[in-house]
Design a protein around this ligand. Structure first.
Ligand code: ARG
Length: 419
């Protein structure tokens, strides 16, 4: 009798390596592993080899960097996506992509189940499960961490007992997730928000104290809301992100630590390194301020916040997300131009900008020039603009003088305090 197949999202780490054996032993299934390069930036040669050694019946490696950049990070740039105003949803973005590849492979392999390495306490399980269910509800979902009751020590023992290679760094207390857009560090000492973040968690960015004493200036070119060039030289999406990650990291830009509300209801303390996101989002927002009208910008701000929340909460596949995308896309038509960023001592600030679609008009704005803007018009404008506020103040004064009013008639005289 042939075993049923299960397709596992495989990172090559200890947890998902154990899972290969676990699925074979506990579920009596043949395991197919899928690994995606979403720009983790680490050596990934050994991953496939490791999978074969664990006895998988097939393994797939996808270089998904380009797809991740254009299909996932780019929409997040257009949406200025920052969950709770802070976190650029880097891990949140990669999960629906990984899940969709797992489903693709499951269908090719005629598998009965899919599996992932997420815990039952996190957001990632929501993003995986929900994407699996939406794309192919027939696939059974197995999440071994939600079932096994190991503590860290017991887990490592089980791995050793079952010939799962345990990396020397297995005692690292941190859970790390990396991709092109950011690096998330969780666990260990970080679970005590009353304690400062230990210095050893950072990898992509230098301490501000050690950042160069000279700033770098970089001019980011945008076409319809998307970064396309640096200092006038065109680059591919992945290259732009990688270059700004490197340059931002050199200046200690993009370190984040904050309290976060997870989808599953609990609060956690989260830390991230997001140098490229910080530089690009600051530049993009700045350009939008120049080319969008006041109302476009104000409404988009709310849509942007909603977009980040929906994506964080695992609803990438929800039609609502597409509705938001449609609005956001329609605002990006004129977001073309360039923004020069100053990178210095942990900060990425826009210092100048230009656009063929700029709504800024020097002749209108300058104090030095009198053109068709008639300063006399301002008087009448202020009369009407201020009418509601002035009326309210007038009423307030009358009431204070004459007493409380009820449905048009005076009832109780207000004591003046004189007697
Ligand atoms: N809190 C972040 C998020 O929910 C980071 C998750 C990181 N995932 C991980 N498996 N370490 O998006």
């Amino acid at each position: 009798m042939v075993n049923d197949k299960v397709v596992l999202a495989y990172s090559g780490g200890l947890d998902t390596s154990m899972m290969v054996k676990w699925l074979q032993l506990e579920y009596k299934m043949d395991v197919v592993t899928v690994n995606l390069d979403v720009g983790q930036g680490k050596e990934r040669k050994g991953i496939e080899e490791k999978a074969w050694k664990l006895g998988v019946v097939n393994h797939y490696t996808f270089d998904a960097k380009e797809e991740f950049a254009t299909g996932y990070i780019f929409p997040a740039i257009k949406a200025n996506a920052l969950y709770m105003g802070t976190y650029p949803v880097s891990s949140s973005l990669s999960r629906p992509l990984i899940a969709s590849k797992v489903v693709e492979v499951a269908e090719m392999e005629d598998a009965k189940a899919v599996a992932h390495g997420c815990t039952g306490k996190g957001n990632d399980q929501v993003r995986f499960d929900l994407t699996f269910k939406a794309l192919n509800p027939k696939l059974k979902i197995i999440a071994p961490v939600r079932e096994w009751k190991f503590n860290r020590k017991g887990q490592i023992q089980w791995a050793k007992d079952h010939d799962v290679p345990v990396p020397v760094t297995a005692d690292s207390p941190y859970s790390i997730d990396e991709n092109l857009w950011g690096r998330s560090i969780e666990g260990g000492l970080l679970e005590h928000p009353d304690k400062m973040v230990p210095g050893d968690i950072w990898d992509w960015t230098v301490d501000v104290e050690n950042a160069p004493d000279e700033p770098d200036y970089v001019k980011i070119g945008f076409q319809k809301g998307l970064p396309t060039s640096l200092d006038g030289i065109p680059y591919k999406p992945v290259e732009i992100i990688q270059k700004l990650k490197q340059l931002g990291g050199k200046h200690g830009i993009g370190r984040i630590e904050h309290m976060e509300d997870r989808v599953v209801g609990l609060k956690t303390r989260e830390t991230y390194e997001i140098p490229a996101a910080e530089v690009i989002l600051n530049a993009h927002q700045d350009l939008e301020k120049m080319v969008l009208t006041r109302h476009q910008k104000a409404f988009k701000y709310q849509v942007d916040q909603m977009w980040a929340t929906v994506v964080y909460q695992g609803l990438w596949v929800d039609p609502f997300k597409q509705n938001l995308d449609a609005f956001i896309d329609s605002t990006q038509e004129n977001v073309t131009g360039s923004v020069t960023m100053k990178l210095f001592k942990g900060s990425a600030k826009p210092v100048s900008r230009e656009s063929p679609f700029s709504l800024y008009d020097y002749n209108l704005a300058s104090f030095d020039i009198n053109t068709h803007y008639d300063q006399g018009d301002a008087v009448g404008f202020i009369n009407l603009w201020g009418l509601p506020s002035v009326s309210a103040w007038n009423l307030k004064r009358t009431v204070a003088e004459e007493g409380i009013r009820e449905m048009g008639k005076k009832v109780v005289p207000v004591p003046t305090g004189a007697s």
